[in-house]
Design a binder for this molecule. Structure first.
Ligand code: ARG
Length: 582
């Protein structure tokens, strides 16, 4: 396009074709360019096509409609790509890492502790985890940050409650917390404490006292606080482990960590002339934000009683991530209700120049998601109207998965049934979440997510197990798969279903890139689902074990790459276990 028009800045905008009848890809950039240049798009397209040399990659391109250029890959090109992927011994499926790694801080999960994790924490935890894996796989240096809510009034309340109701003297609390209570009790106490806080002014006073002694570093209060946090975090850790989420204690850098960095945030913003006093409080007014009444909207960083806020901590955390962790990019994964908070945070950081290091701008991204709804279309709650605990949700998923496994394969040895049920149950919860467009709400349904057909975890896990069973059968017949695939020099993709599956396998790389660029795991699940379907079509048409000797290597390779790709996508990128047999 540049050669034809003399404009170096024009983009071809090549996208996968919407309809396979028109080829594999289509270039959509002609129309916009023709409009700019005020020439006929069709003519421009024809001129571009006349000069386009795609050599061995594509068949001669065609102009379609008002000025699209349709591209169809040559089977030979697909065959070469498949051989290249097959030859990759590093379990990277031929995908090369980015040449220059960025340091990317990913802030995810981040529950408020002192309460058990509930369904509201599911999405940030697993979407964040998938984003980390995608980025890491593509070669970025990822620093996970679990920005837990571990500071503030709620801890004052909790400690005050423990001393008031557990009839222990201050100083004995530690003993009480370690020996008697588990987290469920702490959560029950938290609820009670909150109730008291809303009704009993004296309790409010007591709680404040503890907040103050916590903030001033009082030893015994800090000890109690540490114990509560430890208990809570240990409980979170069991959930992360069960979910297969790679988040460790070391990744926890909670709000409390920034406590001593908050006065400087306020002072520095004041010195920059950005923070102003307004009705006793300190705030910044980033341009472009208005209240409902059309007044400038404040970003509050210190209350009139001197207390700091969520926003202040986030500013301190941002500075830490930019300057100490040396982030080139920071990704925040939270629900969509926090959109405005992060828009304002990013704006204030920019006004203060805190999003820059060594003359370079650090990229700030807010990755949002919708709510998990019950079958009634309202946010998922228990019958009693409480938040659904993740622990219980996962227990139920595994229990229900067990019934599915029982029905599908009653002859599986019991120990294996248990393993498969766990993989399917947890996998189903995660996959259902991933497969929805993250910005929409979705309805949580065990029946749907555990269905053996449709875009679900069990369907994908079964597809994987099926390919593996073909491979086992081949080996049973004396075929040495690694030897057969290792020595393979050429492929012929004669059957349409072979070619179709082959082309799709080659597209794994671009799918991962797109999923990572847009932070959207559903691109990956959609790809995997399509892969399983194309595999089915291929396997229906093309015998593998009974294939003519000359065709068998190609077909075995298609099987093997399908299995490797599903396993890579599910297990390595989405943290969903595959099973060899189910
Ligand atoms: N703890 C917060 C919540 O439960 C989420 C924190 C997200 N991260 C952040 N840096 N603000 O809503």
């Amino acid at each position: 396009m540049a050669k034809v028009t003399g404009r170096p800045d024009c983009a071809a905008i090549v996208r996968p074709a919407s309809d396979p009848r028109f080829g594999d890809y289509q270039a959509n950039g002609i129309m916009a360019l023709a409009k700019q240049l005020k020439i006929s798009p069709r003519k421009l397209a024809e001129e571009v096509v006349a000069r386009l040399d795609l050599g061995d990659i594509c068949e001669p391109p065609e102009v379609a409609g008002p000025g699209f250029i349709n591209l169809r890959l040559k089977p030979q090109h697909t065959a070469e790509q498949l051989l290249r992927i097959n030859a990759d011994q590093c379990d990277r499926l031929g995908i090369t890492p980015v040449p220059e790694a960025q340091t990317v801080v990913v802030d995810f999960s981040s529950p408020n502790i002192a309460k058990e994790m509930h369904v509201g924490h599911l999405r940030s935890t697993i979407i964040g985890d998938a984003i980390c894996h995608l980025l890491e796989f593509l070669g970025q240096k990822v620093i996970r940050q679990n920005h837990v809510g571990d500071w503030g009034t709620q801890f004052g309340m909790l400690i005050a409650y423990i001393y008031r109701h557990a009839m222990v003297a201050q100083g004995d609390g530690a003993l009480l917390i370690t020996t008697v209570l588990d987290l469920t009790d702490i959560e029950g106490m938290y609820r009670e404490a909150k109730r008291l806080f809303d009704t009993d002014p004296q309790f409010v006073e007591e709680s404040r006292r503890f907040v103050v002694s916590l903030q001033s570093g009082d030893k015994s209060t800090l000890e109690d606080w540490t114990l509560i946090c430890d208990k809570s975090l240990a409980e979170c850790q069991t959930i992360y482990d069960r979910l297969g989420v790679q988040l460790l204690r070391n990744d926890v850098r909670g709000e409390s960590f920034y406590n001593d960095k908050l006065p400087a945030v306020v002072a520095d913003l004041e010195n920059l002339g950005l923070a102003v006093k307004s009705a006793g409080a300190v705030c910044v007014f980033p341009p472009g934000f208005k209240t409902k009444e059309g007044e400038p909207l404040p970003f509050l960083i210190q209350k009139s009683d001197g207390a700091y806020l969520y926003a202040t901590t986030d500013l301190a955390a941002l500075r830490y991530r930019v300057n100490v962790l040396k982030a080139d990019r920071i990704v925040y994964v939270t629900d969509a209700r926090q959109i405005q908070h992060f828009q304002m945070l990013f704006k204030v950081a920019e006004m203060a120049g805190w999003n820059r290091r060594d003359g370079r701008t650090v990229e700030l991204a807010h990755v949002t998601f919708g709510s998990v709804l019950g079958e009634d279309g309202k946010p998922l709650k228990t019958r009693a109207g409480e938040n659904v605990k993740l622990r219980e949700l996962l227990d139920e998923a595994i229990e229900r998965a067990r019934a599915v496994v029982e029905e599908k394969n009653p002859d599986l040895p019991p120990a294996q049934k248990g393993k498969v049920a766990e993989a399917v149950g947890i996998g189903a919860v995660k996959y259902a979440d991933y497969s929805n467009n993250r910005t929409s709400d979705y309805v949580f349904s065990f029946d749907k997510m555990l269905a053996m057909d449709g875009n679900t975890a069990p369907y994908m896990q079964y597809a994987y197990a099926r390919v593996k069973s073909i491979e086992r059968k081949a080996e049973g017949k004396g075929v040495n798969i690694p030897a057969e695939l290792g020595g393979i020099g050429s492929l012929d993709l004669e059957e349409p279903t072979e070619l179709d599956l082959g082309k799709h396998l080659v597209r794994y790389a671009e799918t991962i890139e797109a999923a990572s660029a847009d932070y959207r795991p559903n691109y990956l699940t959609a790809y995997l689902y399509e892969l399983a379907q194309k595999f089915s079509a291929f396997y229906t048409e093309c015998p593998v074990l009974d294939a003519p000797a000359a065709r068998r290597p190609t077909r075995l390779l298609l099987c093997d790459l399908t299995a490797r790709t599903i396993r890579h996508g599910l297990s390595r990128l989405l943290g969903i276990q595959v099973v060899e047999q189910m």
